[in-house]
Design a protein around this ligand. Structure first.
Ligand SMILES: [Zn+2]
Length: 479
Protein backbone atom coordinates (compact mmCIF):
# COMPACT_ATOMS: atom_id res chain seq x y z
CA UNK A 1 0.00 0.00 0.00
CA UNK A 2 1.29 3.47 -0.81
CA UNK A 3 1.40 5.44 2.36
CA UNK A 4 0.06 8.97 2.01
CA UNK A 5 1.60 10.04 5.30
CA UNK A 6 4.94 8.28 4.78
CA UNK A 7 6.97 11.49 5.00
CA UNK A 8 5.01 13.25 7.70
CA UNK A 9 5.69 13.64 11.41
CA UNK A 10 5.00 12.34 13.99
CA UNK A 11 5.99 9.23 12.09
CA UNK A 12 4.38 6.52 14.18
CA UNK A 13 1.21 8.47 14.92
CA UNK A 14 0.84 9.06 11.17
CA UNK A 15 1.47 5.34 10.58
CA UNK A 16 -1.28 4.33 13.00
CA UNK A 17 -3.69 6.99 11.76
CA UNK A 18 -3.33 5.65 8.25
CA UNK A 19 -3.85 2.08 9.43
CA UNK A 20 -6.99 2.84 11.41
CA UNK A 21 -8.39 4.89 8.51
CA UNK A 22 -8.55 1.62 6.60
CA UNK A 23 -10.74 0.09 9.34
CA UNK A 24 -14.47 0.96 9.20
CA UNK A 25 -15.38 2.32 12.62
CA UNK A 26 -18.73 4.05 12.67
CA UNK A 27 -20.36 4.19 16.09
CA UNK A 28 -21.48 0.69 17.12
CA UNK A 29 -19.07 -0.92 14.63
CA UNK A 30 -15.89 -0.85 16.73
CA UNK A 31 -14.96 -4.54 16.62
CA UNK A 32 -12.34 -4.09 13.90
CA UNK A 33 -10.60 -1.19 15.59
CA UNK A 34 -10.67 -3.03 18.93
CA UNK A 35 -9.00 -6.02 17.23
CA UNK A 36 -6.30 -3.65 15.98
CA UNK A 37 -5.74 -2.24 19.47
CA UNK A 38 -5.60 -5.66 21.08
CA UNK A 39 -3.10 -7.04 18.58
CA UNK A 40 -1.03 -3.87 19.01
CA UNK A 41 -0.95 -4.45 22.79
CA UNK A 42 -0.02 -8.11 22.31
CA UNK A 43 2.81 -7.27 19.90
CA UNK A 44 4.18 -4.70 22.31
CA UNK A 45 3.81 -6.91 25.39
CA UNK A 46 1.43 -4.45 27.08
CA UNK A 47 -1.34 -5.23 29.56
CA UNK A 48 -4.79 -4.75 28.04
CA UNK A 49 -8.46 -5.22 28.75
CA UNK A 50 -11.25 -5.35 26.17
CA UNK A 51 -14.81 -5.09 27.41
CA UNK A 52 -18.01 -6.58 25.96
CA UNK A 53 -18.74 -3.55 23.76
CA UNK A 54 -15.14 -3.14 22.47
CA UNK A 55 -13.80 -0.43 24.75
CA UNK A 56 -10.09 -1.12 25.22
CA UNK A 57 -7.75 -0.16 28.05
CA UNK A 58 -3.99 -0.52 27.50
CA UNK A 59 -1.52 0.08 30.30
CA UNK A 60 2.17 0.87 30.01
CA UNK A 61 4.53 0.92 33.00
CA UNK A 62 6.36 4.11 33.94
CA UNK A 63 9.59 4.95 32.16
CA UNK A 64 12.80 4.88 34.17
CA UNK A 65 12.78 7.41 37.00
CA UNK A 66 8.97 7.83 36.97
CA UNK A 67 8.12 4.61 38.82
CA UNK A 68 6.79 6.38 41.90
CA UNK A 69 4.74 8.97 39.98
CA UNK A 70 0.94 8.76 39.97
CA UNK A 71 -0.54 7.12 36.85
CA UNK A 72 -1.91 9.32 34.06
CA UNK A 73 -4.95 8.49 31.95
CA UNK A 74 -4.94 9.32 28.24
CA UNK A 75 -8.33 9.03 26.62
CA UNK A 76 -10.20 9.27 23.33
CA UNK A 77 -12.91 7.45 21.40
CA UNK A 78 -12.43 4.98 18.54
CA UNK A 79 -15.76 5.55 16.77
CA UNK A 80 -16.38 8.21 14.14
CA UNK A 81 -19.31 9.99 12.56
CA UNK A 82 -20.03 8.54 9.10
CA UNK A 83 -21.07 11.29 6.69
CA UNK A 84 -20.47 11.42 2.96
CA UNK A 85 -21.30 13.67 0.04
CA UNK A 86 -24.36 12.67 -1.97
CA UNK A 87 -22.29 11.77 -5.04
CA UNK A 88 -19.63 9.82 -3.12
CA UNK A 89 -19.77 6.04 -3.39
CA UNK A 90 -18.62 4.70 -0.03
CA UNK A 91 -19.78 1.89 2.23
CA UNK A 92 -18.95 2.83 5.82
CA UNK A 93 -19.51 -0.79 6.87
CA UNK A 94 -16.64 -2.15 4.77
CA UNK A 95 -14.67 0.50 2.88
CA UNK A 96 -11.56 2.22 4.20
CA UNK A 97 -11.26 5.99 3.92
CA UNK A 98 -9.42 7.50 0.95
CA UNK A 99 -6.93 9.92 2.48
CA UNK A 100 -5.35 12.85 0.71
CA UNK A 101 -3.15 15.77 1.73
CA UNK A 102 -3.91 19.25 0.48
CA UNK A 103 -2.04 22.39 1.58
CA UNK A 104 -0.92 20.83 4.85
CA UNK A 105 -4.37 19.49 5.69
CA UNK A 106 -5.32 15.83 5.74
CA UNK A 107 -8.75 15.02 4.31
CA UNK A 108 -10.77 12.02 3.19
CA UNK A 109 -12.26 12.00 -0.29
CA UNK A 110 -15.98 12.74 -0.02
CA UNK A 111 -16.34 11.46 3.54
CA UNK A 112 -15.70 12.41 7.13
CA UNK A 113 -12.06 11.88 8.08
CA UNK A 114 -12.57 10.50 11.55
CA UNK A 115 -9.79 12.71 12.93
CA UNK A 116 -12.50 13.15 15.57
CA UNK A 117 -11.28 11.13 17.34
CA UNK A 118 -8.79 9.01 15.36
CA UNK A 119 -6.02 11.46 16.24
CA UNK A 120 -6.41 10.44 19.89
CA UNK A 121 -6.08 6.76 19.00
CA UNK A 122 -3.00 7.42 16.85
CA UNK A 123 -1.28 9.61 19.44
CA UNK A 124 -1.91 7.13 22.26
CA UNK A 125 -0.57 4.20 20.21
CA UNK A 126 2.55 6.12 19.21
CA UNK A 127 3.27 6.98 22.85
CA UNK A 128 2.56 3.44 24.02
CA UNK A 129 5.19 2.02 21.66
CA UNK A 130 7.74 4.83 22.10
CA UNK A 131 10.53 3.40 24.26
CA UNK A 132 12.31 6.73 24.54
CA UNK A 133 9.35 8.70 25.99
CA UNK A 134 9.54 9.84 29.62
CA UNK A 135 6.27 9.37 31.50
CA UNK A 136 4.48 8.13 34.61
CA UNK A 137 2.53 4.83 34.41
CA UNK A 138 0.08 5.25 31.52
CA UNK A 139 -3.52 4.10 31.24
CA UNK A 140 -4.80 4.60 27.70
CA UNK A 141 -8.57 4.33 27.51
CA UNK A 142 -10.20 3.87 24.11
CA UNK A 143 -13.97 4.27 24.35
CA UNK A 144 -16.75 3.45 21.87
CA UNK A 145 -20.05 4.95 20.69
CA UNK A 146 -19.13 8.42 21.91
CA UNK A 147 -20.92 10.03 19.00
CA UNK A 148 -24.21 8.28 19.70
CA UNK A 149 -24.71 8.69 23.44
CA UNK A 150 -21.33 7.89 25.05
CA UNK A 151 -22.33 4.31 25.84
CA UNK A 152 -18.71 3.15 26.04
CA UNK A 153 -17.77 5.68 28.71
CA UNK A 154 -21.02 5.06 30.57
CA UNK A 155 -20.54 1.27 30.74
CA UNK A 156 -16.82 0.96 31.37
CA UNK A 157 -15.51 -0.87 34.46
CA UNK A 158 -13.63 1.97 36.14
CA UNK A 159 -12.21 -0.22 38.89
CA UNK A 160 -9.53 -1.06 36.31
CA UNK A 161 -8.15 2.50 36.40
CA UNK A 162 -5.84 3.87 39.06
CA UNK A 163 -5.12 7.29 37.55
CA UNK A 164 -6.81 10.44 38.81
CA UNK A 165 -5.18 12.76 36.28
CA UNK A 166 -6.47 12.70 32.72
CA UNK A 167 -5.71 14.13 29.30
CA UNK A 168 -8.75 13.79 27.07
CA UNK A 169 -7.81 14.13 23.39
CA UNK A 170 -11.28 14.83 21.99
CA UNK A 171 -11.28 18.62 21.58
CA UNK A 172 -10.33 20.03 18.22
CA UNK A 173 -8.02 22.83 19.29
CA UNK A 174 -4.46 22.74 20.51
CA UNK A 175 -4.12 26.28 21.79
CA UNK A 176 -7.48 26.47 23.50
CA UNK A 177 -8.07 23.69 26.01
CA UNK A 178 -11.48 22.69 27.32
CA UNK A 179 -11.75 22.78 31.10
CA UNK A 180 -15.45 22.14 31.75
CA UNK A 181 -18.43 20.65 29.94
CA UNK A 182 -22.11 20.24 30.55
CA UNK A 183 -23.97 17.17 31.71
CA UNK A 184 -27.42 16.50 30.42
CA UNK A 185 -30.68 14.60 30.60
CA UNK A 186 -33.77 14.05 28.50
CA UNK A 187 -37.21 14.61 29.95
CA UNK A 188 -40.49 13.48 28.44
CA UNK A 189 -43.65 15.07 29.74
CA UNK A 190 -46.84 13.39 28.58
CA UNK A 191 -50.15 15.23 28.78
CA UNK A 192 -52.98 12.72 28.35
CA UNK A 193 -56.08 14.42 27.01
CA UNK A 194 -59.81 13.69 26.87
CA UNK A 195 -61.50 14.27 23.55
CA UNK A 196 -64.93 15.41 22.50
CA UNK A 197 -66.75 15.57 19.18
CA UNK A 198 -65.80 18.48 17.02
CA UNK A 199 -68.40 21.19 16.50
CA UNK A 200 -66.29 24.03 15.11
CA UNK A 201 -64.17 24.70 12.03
CA UNK A 202 -60.55 23.64 11.69
CA UNK A 203 -57.56 25.87 11.17
CA UNK A 204 -54.02 24.77 10.48
CA UNK A 205 -51.45 27.09 12.02
CA UNK A 206 -47.89 26.74 10.70
CA UNK A 207 -44.94 28.54 12.20
CA UNK A 208 -41.75 28.60 10.12
CA UNK A 209 -38.53 30.39 9.30
CA UNK A 210 -36.74 30.45 12.65
CA UNK A 211 -32.96 29.92 12.74
CA UNK A 212 -32.83 27.00 15.23
CA UNK A 213 -29.37 25.61 16.02
CA UNK A 214 -27.56 23.37 18.50
CA UNK A 215 -29.35 23.24 21.82
CA UNK A 216 -26.09 23.46 23.75
CA UNK A 217 -23.64 25.74 22.00
CA UNK A 218 -26.28 28.02 20.47
CA UNK A 219 -28.74 28.27 23.34
CA UNK A 220 -27.30 31.65 24.38
CA UNK A 221 -27.94 33.34 21.05
CA UNK A 222 -31.47 34.36 21.91
CA UNK A 223 -33.03 32.37 19.08
CA UNK A 224 -36.70 31.58 19.47
CA UNK A 225 -38.00 28.05 20.02
CA UNK A 226 -40.79 27.27 17.52
CA UNK A 227 -42.66 25.02 19.95
CA UNK A 228 -42.70 27.59 22.72
CA UNK A 229 -43.61 30.40 20.34
CA UNK A 230 -46.53 28.42 18.95
CA UNK A 231 -47.91 27.73 22.43
CA UNK A 232 -47.56 31.40 23.27
CA UNK A 233 -49.50 32.51 20.18
CA UNK A 234 -52.18 29.91 20.80
CA UNK A 235 -52.51 30.95 24.41
CA UNK A 236 -53.14 34.54 23.28
CA UNK A 237 -56.00 33.22 21.21
CA UNK A 238 -57.26 31.00 24.03
CA UNK A 239 -57.37 33.98 26.38
CA UNK A 240 -59.59 35.84 23.99
CA UNK A 241 -61.83 32.94 23.11
CA UNK A 242 -61.20 29.31 24.09
CA UNK A 243 -60.71 26.84 21.24
CA UNK A 244 -60.00 23.13 20.97
CA UNK A 245 -56.62 21.72 20.10
CA UNK A 246 -56.57 18.82 17.63
CA UNK A 247 -52.81 18.39 17.36
CA UNK A 248 -49.53 20.17 17.85
CA UNK A 249 -46.23 18.94 16.36
CA UNK A 250 -42.84 20.60 16.15
CA UNK A 251 -39.08 19.87 16.08
CA UNK A 252 -37.25 16.59 15.37
CA UNK A 253 -34.36 16.36 17.79
CA UNK A 254 -33.96 17.06 21.48
CA UNK A 255 -30.53 18.61 20.88
CA UNK A 256 -31.68 21.07 18.23
CA UNK A 257 -33.65 24.27 18.81
CA UNK A 258 -36.84 23.68 16.77
CA UNK A 259 -37.39 25.91 13.74
CA UNK A 260 -40.93 24.88 12.83
CA UNK A 261 -44.16 23.92 14.56
CA UNK A 262 -47.63 23.11 13.28
CA UNK A 263 -50.92 23.06 15.15
CA UNK A 264 -54.45 22.17 14.13
CA UNK A 265 -57.20 23.83 16.15
CA UNK A 266 -61.00 23.98 16.06
CA UNK A 267 -62.33 27.52 16.40
CA UNK A 268 -65.76 29.14 16.57
CA UNK A 269 -64.87 32.05 14.29
CA UNK A 270 -62.01 31.31 11.85
CA UNK A 271 -61.61 34.86 10.54
CA UNK A 272 -61.52 36.43 13.97
CA UNK A 273 -59.13 33.72 15.25
CA UNK A 274 -56.81 34.26 12.32
CA UNK A 275 -56.72 37.96 13.04
CA UNK A 276 -55.96 37.43 16.71
CA UNK A 277 -53.14 35.01 15.93
CA UNK A 278 -51.57 37.33 13.37
CA UNK A 279 -51.74 40.21 15.81
CA UNK A 280 -50.02 38.13 18.48
CA UNK A 281 -47.40 37.08 15.90
CA UNK A 282 -46.74 40.74 15.10
CA UNK A 283 -46.13 41.45 18.77
CA UNK A 284 -43.63 38.61 19.22
CA UNK A 285 -41.84 39.31 15.93
CA UNK A 286 -40.68 42.57 17.50
CA UNK A 287 -38.90 40.57 20.18
CA UNK A 288 -37.01 38.21 17.87
CA UNK A 289 -33.28 38.37 17.18
CA UNK A 290 -32.00 39.20 13.69
CA UNK A 291 -31.29 35.56 12.85
CA UNK A 292 -34.99 34.78 13.32
CA UNK A 293 -36.01 37.41 10.76
CA UNK A 294 -37.48 34.70 8.52
CA UNK A 295 -40.26 34.04 11.05
CA UNK A 296 -43.64 33.48 9.37
CA UNK A 297 -47.05 32.35 10.53
CA UNK A 298 -49.35 30.71 8.00
CA UNK A 299 -52.99 30.08 8.85
CA UNK A 300 -55.16 27.98 6.56
CA UNK A 301 -58.52 26.26 6.67
CA UNK A 302 -58.18 22.53 7.24
CA UNK A 303 -60.26 19.38 7.01
CA UNK A 304 -60.03 16.21 8.98
CA UNK A 305 -60.44 15.14 12.55
CA UNK A 306 -63.93 14.72 14.00
CA UNK A 307 -62.48 14.75 17.50
CA UNK A 308 -60.85 17.52 19.46
CA UNK A 309 -59.20 17.86 22.84
CA UNK A 310 -61.49 19.31 25.46
CA UNK A 311 -61.16 22.99 26.41
CA UNK A 312 -59.71 21.98 29.76
CA UNK A 313 -57.08 19.74 28.20
CA UNK A 314 -56.24 22.25 25.49
CA UNK A 315 -55.49 24.68 28.27
CA UNK A 316 -53.38 22.07 30.12
CA UNK A 317 -51.22 21.47 27.06
CA UNK A 318 -50.66 25.19 26.50
CA UNK A 319 -49.84 25.80 30.16
CA UNK A 320 -47.37 22.92 30.19
CA UNK A 321 -45.51 24.23 27.13
CA UNK A 322 -45.50 27.89 28.18
CA UNK A 323 -44.38 27.15 31.73
CA UNK A 324 -41.73 24.50 31.24
CA UNK A 325 -38.08 25.50 31.79
CA UNK A 326 -36.67 26.56 28.42
CA UNK A 327 -33.63 28.48 27.22
CA UNK A 328 -30.73 29.74 29.30
CA UNK A 329 -31.41 29.38 33.01
CA UNK A 330 -28.06 30.34 34.53
CA UNK A 331 -24.60 31.52 33.54
CA UNK A 332 -21.38 30.20 35.04
CA UNK A 333 -20.10 31.94 38.14
CA UNK A 334 -16.48 31.20 37.12
CA UNK A 335 -16.37 31.73 33.37
CA UNK A 336 -17.87 34.89 31.96
CA UNK A 337 -20.46 34.35 29.24
CA UNK A 338 -20.59 30.57 29.60
CA UNK A 339 -24.06 29.05 29.89
CA UNK A 340 -24.13 26.87 32.97
CA UNK A 341 -27.70 25.55 32.89
CA UNK A 342 -30.22 25.41 30.07
CA UNK A 343 -33.18 23.50 28.75
CA UNK A 344 -34.59 23.03 25.25
CA UNK A 345 -38.07 21.85 24.27
CA UNK A 346 -36.83 20.06 21.17
CA UNK A 347 -39.83 17.95 20.25
CA UNK A 348 -43.62 18.24 20.60
CA UNK A 349 -45.67 15.30 19.32
CA UNK A 350 -49.35 14.50 19.35
CA UNK A 351 -50.07 10.75 19.35
CA UNK A 352 -53.80 10.17 19.44
CA UNK A 353 -54.93 11.53 22.80
CA UNK A 354 -51.52 12.28 24.24
CA UNK A 355 -49.23 15.24 23.68
CA UNK A 356 -45.58 14.50 24.42
CA UNK A 357 -43.13 17.27 25.22
CA UNK A 358 -39.51 16.14 25.00
CA UNK A 359 -36.77 18.38 26.35
CA UNK A 360 -33.04 18.16 26.79
CA UNK A 361 -31.59 19.97 29.76
CA UNK A 362 -27.92 20.62 30.35
CA UNK A 363 -25.77 21.88 33.19
CA UNK A 364 -22.11 21.80 34.13
CA UNK A 365 -23.24 21.63 37.78
CA UNK A 366 -24.95 18.34 38.54
CA UNK A 367 -27.07 19.68 41.38
CA UNK A 368 -28.46 22.35 39.05
CA UNK A 369 -29.36 19.68 36.52
CA UNK A 370 -31.15 17.83 39.34
CA UNK A 371 -33.07 20.97 40.11
CA UNK A 372 -34.25 21.51 36.52
CA UNK A 373 -35.40 17.90 36.40
CA UNK A 374 -37.27 18.49 39.64
CA UNK A 375 -38.94 21.56 38.16
CA UNK A 376 -40.33 19.33 35.42
CA UNK A 377 -41.64 16.91 38.05
CA UNK A 378 -43.33 19.76 39.87
CA UNK A 379 -44.80 21.21 36.70
CA UNK A 380 -46.06 17.74 35.82
CA UNK A 381 -48.03 17.71 39.06
CA UNK A 382 -49.44 21.19 38.37
CA UNK A 383 -50.76 20.30 34.93
CA UNK A 384 -51.46 16.64 35.71
CA UNK A 385 -48.90 15.25 33.25
CA UNK A 386 -46.58 12.27 33.66
CA UNK A 387 -42.86 13.02 33.63
CA UNK A 388 -40.02 10.64 32.80
CA UNK A 389 -36.29 11.33 32.75
CA UNK A 390 -33.71 9.38 30.74
CA UNK A 391 -30.20 9.47 29.26
CA UNK A 392 -28.77 11.35 32.18
CA UNK A 393 -25.01 11.95 32.07
CA UNK A 394 -22.94 14.01 34.47
CA UNK A 395 -21.17 17.26 33.65
CA UNK A 396 -17.60 18.28 34.26
CA UNK A 397 -17.55 21.18 36.63
CA UNK A 398 -14.81 23.79 36.36
CA UNK A 399 -12.12 23.16 38.98
CA UNK A 400 -10.77 26.34 40.51
CA UNK A 401 -7.40 24.64 41.01
CA UNK A 402 -5.97 22.14 38.56
CA UNK A 403 -2.42 20.84 38.24
CA UNK A 404 -2.99 19.31 34.81
CA UNK A 405 -4.25 22.66 33.54
CA UNK A 406 -1.07 24.34 34.82
CA UNK A 407 1.11 21.66 33.24
CA UNK A 408 -0.71 22.11 29.93
CA UNK A 409 -0.24 25.88 30.11
CA UNK A 410 3.48 25.70 30.95
CA UNK A 411 4.25 22.97 28.40
CA UNK A 412 2.41 24.78 25.65
CA UNK A 413 4.15 28.07 26.36
CA UNK A 414 7.54 26.39 26.45
CA UNK A 415 7.05 24.58 23.13
CA UNK A 416 5.24 27.21 21.09
CA UNK A 417 6.20 30.51 22.68
CA UNK A 418 2.75 31.92 23.42
CA UNK A 419 0.01 31.40 25.99
CA UNK A 420 -2.87 29.05 25.22
CA UNK A 421 -6.46 29.87 26.15
CA UNK A 422 -9.06 27.94 28.07
CA UNK A 423 -12.71 27.44 27.36
CA UNK A 424 -15.68 25.70 28.85
CA UNK A 425 -18.36 24.26 26.61
CA UNK A 426 -22.09 23.96 27.10
CA UNK A 427 -22.23 20.53 25.47
CA UNK A 428 -21.24 17.01 26.50
CA UNK A 429 -17.82 15.33 26.59
CA UNK A 430 -16.88 11.95 28.03
CA UNK A 431 -14.81 13.73 30.70
CA UNK A 432 -17.95 14.29 32.77
CA UNK A 433 -18.87 10.61 32.83
CA UNK A 434 -15.33 9.43 33.53
CA UNK A 435 -14.80 12.05 36.23
CA UNK A 436 -18.01 11.08 37.97
CA UNK A 437 -17.21 7.37 37.74
CA UNK A 438 -13.73 7.74 39.24
CA UNK A 439 -14.66 10.20 41.96
CA UNK A 440 -12.55 13.19 41.11
CA UNK A 441 -10.22 13.43 38.15
CA UNK A 442 -7.98 16.36 37.35
CA UNK A 443 -8.69 16.73 33.63
CA UNK A 444 -7.83 18.84 30.63
CA UNK A 445 -9.11 18.32 27.08
CA UNK A 446 -7.48 19.40 23.83
CA UNK A 447 -6.36 17.94 20.52
CA UNK A 448 -4.75 18.71 17.18
CA UNK A 449 -6.69 21.22 15.12
CA UNK A 450 -9.53 19.62 13.20
CA UNK A 451 -12.15 21.68 11.37
CA UNK A 452 -15.62 20.91 10.00
CA UNK A 453 -15.98 17.78 12.09
CA UNK A 454 -19.02 15.55 11.48
CA UNK A 455 -19.09 16.67 7.81
CA UNK A 456 -17.40 15.38 4.63
CA UNK A 457 -15.23 18.53 4.77
CA UNK A 458 -13.54 17.41 7.99
CA UNK A 459 -9.80 18.27 7.85
CA UNK A 460 -6.83 17.72 10.12
CA UNK A 461 -4.04 20.30 10.29
CA UNK A 462 -0.95 18.09 9.98
CA UNK A 463 1.33 20.64 11.61
CA UNK A 464 -0.99 20.72 14.58
CA UNK A 465 -0.97 16.90 14.68
CA UNK A 466 2.80 16.98 15.12
CA UNK A 467 2.58 19.79 17.69
CA UNK A 468 -0.15 17.97 19.60
CA UNK A 469 1.92 14.84 19.84
CA UNK A 470 4.90 16.79 21.16
CA UNK A 471 2.71 18.65 23.61
CA UNK A 472 1.40 15.42 25.13
CA UNK A 473 4.97 14.09 25.45
CA UNK A 474 6.11 17.32 27.08
CA UNK A 475 3.24 17.23 29.57
CA UNK A 476 3.91 13.59 30.47
CA UNK A 477 7.52 14.49 31.19
CA UNK A 478 6.29 17.00 33.80
CA UNK A 479 3.65 14.82 35.46
ZN1 LIG B 1 -15.23 13.32 19.30
Amino acid sequence: MTRILENYEPKRACFHFENISAIPRGSGNEKGIADYLVSFAEQNGLWYHRDGINCVLIKKPASKGYEDHAPVILQGHTDMVCEKNLDTVHDFEKDGLKLKVKDGWLEAEGTTLGADDGVAVAIMLAILEDKSAAHPPLECLFTVMEETGMDGALDFDYSLLEGRTMINLDSEDLDCATVSCAGGATTTMTVNCDTSTRKNKLLKVTLKGLAGGHSGVEINKGRANANILMARLLSALYDKRPFNLVSINGGNKTNAIPRECEAVIAVFDPEDSKETLLEAAKVVSNELCDEDAGFKLHINKANGSDFVMTYKDTSRVLRAICLLPNGVMAFSRDIKGLVETSSNLGIVRTDGQAVRLITMERSSVDSKLDYVMKQFDMLGRCVDATVEHSERHPGWEYARESRIRDVYFESFKKLFGYEPKFEAIHAGLECGIIGRSLGKVDTVSFGPKVVDIHTPDEKLDLKSFKDGYELVLEMLKKL
